[in-house]
Design a protein. Structure first.
Length: 292
């Protein structure tokens, strides 16, 4: 049993997956009250030709679900299912929202995602040059999100927005995007995926923020932050700010408790930067299973 506690290298993980050595261990570790998922951005540099082995390695750790992003979904979804992972959620192309996509094309995009078996679709990022300088831009953004929310609902999907840190900073007109977003989004059409790392980077308490939004939160990204990380409202944080879950200063048990209290069922581990993402995912998983 001691081997189960060691930090595996990527090569060791792939080798063990190939031989089936981790099968029984993963089955035992996966038994818990909360299915845990991975945002595949964590392993973005291992996808492509390495996607099948990488997905098998994620499943071998004990994760049961994945959240996808970008393209190549027609290949990644079957590969995830073959590895024993459920593709639950997906981050969509931001251009669908920001570029006034014609309604028929918007409807088709969500229909295609539903056909692949996703339950949730998220608008994940607004490029810096598209953020504008005042509340007017984010009011227009809210209108576009509500339109997309109607399209997603029509396709049988739940639609939402994934935050970063910039939403909490002040614009040139003195307003904060997060305040305009909260008043502009129709709660019946657009909910939130809370990234607790970025909420914390912006100087906020993720637990309090989740409680504030309540039922408007539908998904949570579990990420941890290094001690003494400076408050920022942009994404240019140091790579060392990203820590394995349980290895930083974010109140992860409090986040989970607050999220579960409002009915959140899916939690995705994400670590934007890591020299060995699979080892990081294992370390986060081991910590989280102790919280189950």
């Amino acid at each position: 049993m001691d081997d189960q506690q060691r930090d595996w290298t990527r090569r060791e993980w792939l080798g063990l997956v190939a031989t089936g050595t981790l099968g029984s261990m993963a089955l035992l570790q996966a038994q818990g009250t909360r299915p845990l998922g991975v945002q595949l951005y964590t392993v973005r540099n291992l996808l492509g030709e390495k996607a099948p082995d990488t997905l098998k390695a994620i499943a071998a750790i004990g994760y049961k679900e994945v959240e996808m992003f970008g393209g190549n979904l027609d290949t990644l979804v079957p590969a995830a299912k073959a590895a024993g992972l459920s593709p639950v959620s997906v981050h969509i192309d931001g251009g669908l929202i920001m570029n006034d996509t014609p309604q028929d094309k918007l409807d088709k995009a969500f229909d295609d995602l539903a056909a692949l078996g996703f339950k949730y679709a998220l608008m994940a990022y607004i490029m810096p040059n598209q953020r504008g300088t005042g509340a007017d831009m984010f009011k227009k953004f809210g209108d576009s999100m509500n339109r997309a929310g109607k399209s997603a609902k029509r396709a049988g999907l739940s639609f939402g927005y994934h935050n970063h840190a910039f939403e909490f900073g002040k614009l040139a007109d003195g307003t904060r995007p997060i305040d305009t977003i909260l008043t502009s989004f129709d709660p019946e059409l657009v909910r939130f995926e809370i990234d607790v790392f970025w909420v914390s980077v912006a100087g906020n308490d993720p637990v309090a923020f989740i409680k504030k939004l309540g039922k408007r939160v539908m998904l949570v990204h579990l990420k941890d932050k290094a001690k003494d990380t400076p408050v920022k409202f942009m994404e240019d944080v140091d790579k060392t700010a990203f820590k394995e879950v349980g290895n930083g200063v974010v109140d992860i048990p409090g986040v989970i408790k607050a999220a579960q209290a409002i009915g959140v069922e899916h939690f995705f581990v994400e670590q934007d930067q890591s020299p060995d993402p699979l080892a990081s995912l294992k370390q986060s998983f081991d910590y989280l299973k102790k919280q189950s």
